[in-house]
Design a protein around this ligand. Structure first.
Ligand code: TRP
Ligand code: ZN
Length: 879
């Protein structure tokens, strides 16, 4: 074809590229074939891996019959296709799927493919990382390895043979149990694995590399010995004890709490430095981001230790909630993720204390999920459609999904909830189930009616509950009126009727006493009225955050300050303080600086600093002001838009006011905390409040803060103190900042996870030149777009830095758009995750909104966008 002809071809470069097809939940059909057995032979090499598969297929009696077998592929070519042992020509490619004609009721189908793992920068399928080979198959990565019905409702028993050079890959791991191994000619060796539990392809995994293990057996409740291994590179082995202990604690907890026992003789965890997400629950062979495995006192913060424990637990718990019972289709993702997040949250509450963990979880929900639910990417926890499933691994599916199941537990009570989950596991073990199956099991086993409750699965948006108290003349009771609605994008209120369980308790602020025991109110109608004691001056409401809703009510600053001091529910105490701070900050950002509100906050903070009954872990939580993203939500109500500049100024102003008024209390706390030994049971709390003091000091007296922080940094014998000090120093101009950054880098260069922190602290900083600093860091020799942890360490941190990202010039928005465009061809899944911060433009004041929208439009106009990014950008512009 000549050039001139090419230029006028009608289908050359369409003006608007076609949108990827929409996949709908209602279109679900069972697969026409069962695949009882799958055999895979891997001839492994970093640049060339050959895969020979043999599928045993038979007609699925529960599906519409079909004469053809459609196997998904992605970027694959078949080198050969055989049916029943004979090469056939009766096959064709339909797009990237391979379709074979199959006349009879049962066949074997053999296919050979070849791939280049070293060229796989998307990190989906089989890829190379640091000289080893590993896989990531959820959600649709298996089809990048071999042709297969790559959908979660096709369960198969896998037998795998792995073969490769022994020097490069001394360790060969796969799902299930190792059945044989041996040496081959030419320095090669092999291992054969059999997984007795039928599983969908997304749970397949293999790892080949030069790894060592930290091992310790776990004996299950029925007395079976399970070999547990944490596999890492030799230089990392000293940082694996915490992961191994966390695994054992998780195994024990799941036996005790949900009566779930592990079901193989082997449990392997492998740490990988190039990974798109946190970790993956492949059967018997979990693959983890190194970030959620490696931890020691010198290189990991207390929060890192908690994250390791939480993610290890999460992936382990998937063995039942996800693997033994899996998902029918990807619309049911919350079936495994929401439930497993709830399970890991309950586990961490038991390990570390309920109140602090609950506060942390609610903070994440409000900072990440509430904005998602209020923006263009909002979707129900069980979505109705998608174009790219990777875009639906969201805070909504995970965290709101967990809240929805937690509400069922609150209404049924823990014992009846357990009867429900027992029934769920009994009924659906070995199956691919739906969210509806789960709700039905809780309904039947827990003996509660969840008919109306199901709305939570089908409806997006965070309900608002408006509460009003109205006195009744000649009566000692008052009416408590609850009105629930969803706030639409145009600001209007649409009445709703979700089932909303609220734990409440009335308090008499005048006499200073509780008026009744706590009760659980369950709302089911747009308006509901209950009666309470009319002496109720302040209602403690949504205690423990029983429902993921926004409470709006008229309550005075003074009443909130009282609840913040006296509430007997520690979570409610935190809530009162947050409510006080939110209302003050939103008013201040809207131009109404209320001196009395500030005074009330200062007094509430004084009480927190000096209340001996509080432990420092809780004190540290209480001292944190609401996140700016959450304040945007609170400000952008009705016609009013969020003003990031004004919110930032108001929040910084409040920090300075509190820090200034309570300087001596803060420093006294610092002195006390400084003398708590690292291993003291109070040590964690002490470290947490020390950094909080530095944060307030930085807003009040930067010179003093820099001095204290530099001192803390120099003396630190642990990463928590060191990182806390460096975080504060990063925001203060001057030589202490440069000295500490340099010392930190020199000490930890070569340790990727710690160097990630070095990038993050600078990208998150309050320094006025943060944008220029991030641009400079992107040129650093340690920066690369190929490693997701490194990309996130710089740019996700920056996108979460309200001052930098929302700079009025628009430079922050342009930078993130540039990142998306540069990253999209390398790793679309990770690139698409940067779209949502820009997608919030509709709720932001018009000047910035126009700049955010322009950044999105520039991305949308780029040629050859991935399915991932194009879906997120078009939803962000249209939705
Ligand atoms: N199922 C994993 C979890 O525990 C999530 C996950 C890991 C994932 N890697 C992924 C999802 C890659 C999509 C793509 O939550
Ligand atoms: Zn999960």
């Amino acid at each position: 074809m000549d050039i001139a002809h090419d230029a006028i071809a009608p289908d050359a470069a369409p003006a608007t590229p076609a949108k990827p097809p929409l996949i709908r939940r209602e279109d679900y059909r069972p697969y026409p074939w069962l695949v009882p057995q799958t055999e895979l032979h891997f001839a492994l090499g970093i640049e060339k891996t050959r895969i020979a598969s043999k599928l045993t297929v038979e007609r699925n009696p529960a599906a519409d019959p079909s004469q053809e077998l459609r196997l998904n592929g992605d970027g694959l070519t078949a080198l050969s296709v055989k049916v029943d042992g004979e090469p056939v020509n009766d096959w064709a490619m339909d797009g990237s799927d391979l379709v074979v004609a199959l006349p009879a009721a049962a066949h074997t189908v053999e296919i050979v493919t070849e791939i280049d793992p070293s060229a796989n920068t998307q990190l989906m399928g089989l890829y190379a990382s640091n000289g080893m080979l590993c896989t990531q198959c959820e959600a649709e990565g298996f089809r990048r390895i071999t042709f297969f019905p790559d959908r979660p409702d096709v369960l198969s028993t896998f037998r795998v043979r792995m073969e490769g050079p022994k020097a490069a890959f001394p360790v060969l791991l796969c799902n299930g149990n190792k059945t044989s191994k041996g040496d081959l000619e030419g320095g090669r060796h092999f291992a054969e694995w059999h997984d007795p539990w039928p599983k969908p392809s997304y749970l397949f995994a293999l790892v080949a590399g030069d790894l060592v293990a930290n091992s310790a057996p776990f004996t299950t409740v029925s007395g079976r010995k399970v070999e547990c291994n944490i596999w890492v590179r030799a230089e990392d082995i000293a940082r694996t004890d915490h992961a191994l202990e966390s695994l054992h604690r998780s195994m024990k907890w799941d036996e005790e709490t949900f009566e779930r026992e592990y079901d193989l003789d082997l449990f392997n965890i492998v740490a990988v430095s190039d990974f798109n997400m946190g970790a993956m629950e492949n059967k018997g062979l979990n693959v983890f981001n190194t970030k959620y495995v490696l931890a020691d006192r010198d290189t990991a913060t207390d929060a890192d230790f908690d994250a390791v424990e939480g993610v290890i637990a999460h992936e382990y718990f998937h063995n039942w909630s996800g693997n033994r019972v899996t998902c029918r289709d990807w619309f049911q993702l919350s079936l495994k993720e929401g439930f497993t997040v709830l399970r890991d949250q309950l586990f961490s509450q038991d390990m570390r204390g309920e109140a602090v963990k609950r506060i942390e979880d609610v903070r994440i929900l409000r900072a990440a999920q509430f904005p998602e639910d209020a923006g263009p990417l909002a979707h129900p926890i069980r979505p109705d459609s998608y174009r790219e499933i990777s875009n639906f691994y969201t805070a909504t599916v995970y965290n709101k999904g967990a809240e929805v199941i937690r509400m069922m537990r609150s209404m049924a009570g823990p014992e009846r909830f357990r009867r429900g989950t027992d029934l769920y596991f009994d009924r659906h073990d070995g199956e691919a189930a739906t969210c509806e199956d789960f709700v039905k099991a809780i309904e039947d086993g827990g003996e509660i009616d969840l008919a109306n409750f199901r709305k939570w699965y089908s409806t997006a948006g965070t309900p608002v509950v408006k509460i009003e108290q109205r006195g009744r003349p000649r009566d000692d009771q008052a009416e408590l009126i609850f009105r629930q609605f969803l706030r639409k994008p145009d600001g209007s209120e649409e009445p709703s009727s979700f089932t909303i369980p609220l734990r409440i308790r009335p308090y008499d602020t005048f006499d200073g006493e509780w008026l009744a025991a706590e009760q659980l109110v369950v709302l089911e109608n747009p308006t509901e009225v209950i009666l309470i004691d009319d002496r109720t001056g302040a209602l403690s409401v949504n205690r423990g955050f029983t429902a993921p809703v926004i409470i709006e009510r008229k309550i005075t600053d003074g009443q909130l300050a009282i609840l913040a001091r006296v509430d007997d529910d520690p979570f409610a105490r935190y809530e009162a303080l947050q409510e006080l701070a939110v209302s003050h900050l939103v008013a201040a950002a809207s131009g109404d600086h209320r001196a009395d509100g500030e005074t009330a906050l200062i007094e509430a903070f004084r009480a927190i600093l000096t209340d001996d009954a509080l432990d420092d872990s809780m004190r540290g939580e209480l001292l944190m002001l609401p996140a700016e993203t959450y304040l945007f939500e609170a400000m952008a109500v009705g016609e009013r838009k969020a003003d990031p500049g004004a919110i930032h100024a108001a929040r910084e102003g409040l920090k300075a006011a509190i820090g200034g008024a309570l300087a001596s209390e803060f420093y006294a706390l610092y002195d006390r905390a400084q003398n708590v030994a690292h291993d003291d049971p109070q040590g964690r709390g002490a470290r947490k409040v020390k950094t909080q003091v530095l944060v307030y000091a930085a807003s009040t007296d930067p010179a003093k803060a820099a001095e204290l922080a530099a001192n803390q940094f120099d003396r630190a014998d642990n990463m928590t103190d060191r990182q806390g000090a460096l975080m504060v120093l990063c925001g203060i101009e001057g030589s202490a900042r440069e000295t500490a950054l340099k010392a930190f880098y020199e000490r930890f260069k070569g340790n990727d996870l710690v160097i990630d922190k070095w990038f993050t602290l600078q990208a998150l900083s309050l320094h006025p030149d943060v944008i220029a600093q991030v641009e400079e860091l992107a040129k650093h020799s340690d920066f690369t777009m190929k490693n997701p942890n490194r990309v996130r360490s710089l740019y996700m941190a920056f996108a979460g830095n309200p001052q930098g990202f929302h700079d009025a010039s628009g430079a922050g928005y342009r930078m993130i758009a540039d990142v998306i465009l540069a990253l999209d061809p390398v790793n679309p899944q990770t690139a698409a995750r940067f779209v949502s911060p820009l997608g919030r433009w509709r709720r932001i004041e018009p000047g910035r909104a126009a700049l955010m929208k322009a950044a999105l439009e520039r991305i949308a106009a780029a040629p050859d966008l991935s399915r991932d990014t194009s879906e997120q950008v078009s939803r962000s512009l249209d939705g």
